[in-house]
Design a protein. Structure first.
Length: 94
């Protein structure tokens, strides 16, 4: 089961003969990733139905992490702008 609560289970990718098969990948333009969006059931369902998810336009810094069990989060953000806001930013969840 995939959810935002903490658990020791990890998502496993199907392997066969050293080759990963049937990887599901997708992306989602969040236009600013907020607490409400992270906890939206549609967002969690979308993430959990894929092995790799690209989250675009997070509007967060590089230290930002999405905590969904079974996924490792890798984020890249831009520096804070002159008006003290983040723009752009991507997060890849594997």
């Amino acid at each position: 089961m995939c959810h935002t609560a903490h658990s020791s289970s990890k998502k496993k990718l199907p392997h066969y003969g050293g080759t990963i098969k049937n990887i599901k990948m997708s992306s989602w333009n969040m236009n600013g990733l907020t607490y409400n969006k992270i906890n939206d059931p549609k967002f969690i369902e979308h993430v959990c139905s894929n092995d790799i998810v690209g989250i675009l336009e997070t509007h967060q810094g590089s230290d930002f992490e999405v905590d969904i069990n079974g996924y490792t989060c890798h984020s890249v953000g831009r520096p804070v702008s002159a008006n003290n806001r983040y723009y752009g930013g991507i997060t890849v969840m594997v």
